[in-house]
Design a protein around this ligand. Structure first.
Ligand code: NAD
Length: 495
């Protein structure tokens, strides 16, 4: 891992892409408009980036459609497509420090997380998806002997992908790797808060041999570029990661336009349950702190609701506060920093309002509180913990997307399950117990797409990632993600 000084030196040479990427080339937005990309650590201007709208969407869709219909990628032998994607992964690996640096500057997450998690996970996802694609066999249906029925998987066509800012490279890769591996032509609209790494990897994709028009990137706002993509009749499938509010709007846009298929990975308010049979309270407290303060709490699966058995509540709280104090906000380019600034002023103000509402509604502040903002000093916020919270409080029900934790207690397993499920979301859940039967029993009854036992957030490319209820309907990673970017066709032949 590079030192702080080495990251600073790399930063001084960094050339940031700032145009849209359409048909294998960087281009300005048709309107000539740009938006500012701000570094949340010092509020300096990083880049002025092309602000795409419906005119650029039309161009990108035309390029994607033309490349798809030409068969240059969609009909390329899967083994060959695999080799192009592997070459791309090698190129990304050669540029891994640059990619890590871009996301840290763009959205404030710690460089050590970028180096240890986001970049290797993204590379793994790309290599895994590439490796799978020439192993995806079709089926022959068990018909009578006078007929032959083939069931095959085909690429979908033009896929639009809309992503959030909290894990810029990784959220993008979880979608574009399987979508490209399956032979689709894609148009990516990264978040306007962190568009830079997406632009750089598109350029490297062309260098690796991904044909022009197959991978297009449109930086821009949700209500302009995003909405135009979601309403476009030339887009066959829309894959989205972001808030549940926008996810609902995308379903409407699909209904208003061409009934495009919509895959949604949306928000969360994940519970963490700590049972009194947990025999390593210190480890559980550390795990609970990791589950909310990682990435400044800007994590979809953040366990922002913590339920502790009343018998161990006090000793647990003491350990939790110790663990939380290790998250000291600081310059994310410093490799020892565990917590950077929040992504922007808007997010800083939203999270501050949630903290104030928790105080107003009578929760007991145990750590942190409403942060002070000083112009030009970045959007830093300390870990904040409330006890004596309850489900009538707004900050317990709504996704905050910041380092704010509500601690509550329970007396029985039944009560713990009911509290955990009392949420419109159903993304992740964690539970700490040493009773194997309880672990399975509770896991089955939790309304969540992912459950972690005696850990939080672990996983790799082989397991699906996604939720239920208002947390969405799709899954990233694993075979299930590949399947979601293919269409099933059957061909019936009279012999
Ligand atoms: P967001 O919904 O505000 O934005 C997500 C993307 O949608 C951005 O690119 C944005 O420009 C675009 N968008 C906004 N309005 C749009 C519109 N009207 N039409 C089309 N596109 C539009 O979310 P965010 O603030 O970027 O990200 C945070 C959210 O993402 C949180 O809710 C978090 O839980 C969620 N998230 C979910 C997962 C998951 O896997 N389930 C992973 C990461 C983040």
């Amino acid at each position: 891992m590079k030192t702080y000084q080495e990251w600073q030196a790399l930063r001084s040479h960094l050339v940031l892409p700032n145009q849209a990427y359409i048909n294998g080339a960087f281009v300005a937005a048709q309107s000539g408009e740009t938006f500012d990309c701000i570094n949340p650590t010092d509020e300096s201007l990083l880049a002025q980036v092309a602000s795409c709208d419906s005119a650029d969407v039309d161009l990108a869709v035309a390029a994607a459609q033309a490349s798809f219909r030409s068969g240059v990628w969609s009909e390329m032998a899967p083994g060959k497509r695999k080799r192009v994607l592997q070459k791309w992964a090698d190129l990304l690996e050669q540029h891994q420090d640059e990619l890590a640096l871009i996301d840290t500057l763009d959205m404030g997450k710690s460089i050590s997380e970028m180096v240890n998690i986001d970049v290797p996970d993204s590379l793994d996802c790309l290599r895994w998806s590439a490796e799978c694609i020439d192993k995806l066999y079709g089926e022959i249906a068990p018909t009578n002997s006078q007929n032959l029925a083939l069931i095959s998987r085909e690429p979908l066509g033009v896929v639009a992908i809309i992503t959030p800012w909290n894990y810029p490279l990784m959220m993008v890769m979880w979608k574009i790797a399987p979508a490209l591996a399956a032979g689709n032509s894609i148009i990516l609209k990264p978040s306007e808060k962190s568009p830079l790494s997406a632009l750089r990897i598109a350029q490297l994709a062309t260098q690796a041999g991904v044909p022009d028009g197959v991978f297009n990137v449109l930086p821009g706002f949700g209500h302009t570029a995003g909405k135009a993509l979601a309403l476009h009749h030339g887009v066959g499938t829309l894959a989205f990661t972001g808030s549940s509010r926008v996810a609902g709007m995308l379903m409407q846009y699909a209904g208003q336009s061409n009934m495009k298929r919509v895959w949604l990975e949306a928000g969360g308010k994940s519970p963490c349950l700590v049972f009194d049979d947990c025999n390593d309270i210190k480890a559980a407290a550390k795990g609970a702190a990791t589950a909310i303060f990682t990435n400044q709490g800007e994590v979809c699966i953040a366990c922002s609701r913590l339920y502790v058995h009343s018998r161990i509540k006090d000793v647990f709280m003491a350990e939790l506060l110790n663990a939380a104090r290790e998250y000291v906000p600081g310059d994310p380019l410093n490799p020892s920093t565990k917590m950077g600034p929040l992504v922007d002023k808007n997010q800083f103000e939203t999270v501050s309002r949630f903290i104030q509402s928790a105080i107003d509604e009578g929760a007991k502040l145990e750590l942190g509180g409403v942060p002070e903002y000083q112009t030009g000093q970045g959007f830093f916020m300390s870990p904040t913990i409330f006890s004596q919270a309850n489900h009538q409080m707004r900050f317990v029900q709504e996704e905050i997307f910041g380092p704010v934790l509500a601690v509550m207690s329970f007396d029985t397993e039944e009560e713990a399950i009911a509290l955990a499920n009392d949420s419109k979301y159903g993304l992740g859940a964690a539970l700490w117990t040493n009773d194997l039967s309880r672990a399975h029993r509770v896991s089955r009854r939790l309304e969540a797409g992912m459950v972690w036992i005696n850990t939080w957030g672990d996983g790799d490319t082989t397991v699906p990632f996604g939720g239920v209820k208002a947390s969405g309907n799709g899954r990233d990673k694993s075979w299930h993600a590949l399947e979601k970017y293919t269409e099933i066709k059957n061909t019936w032949i009279r012999l």
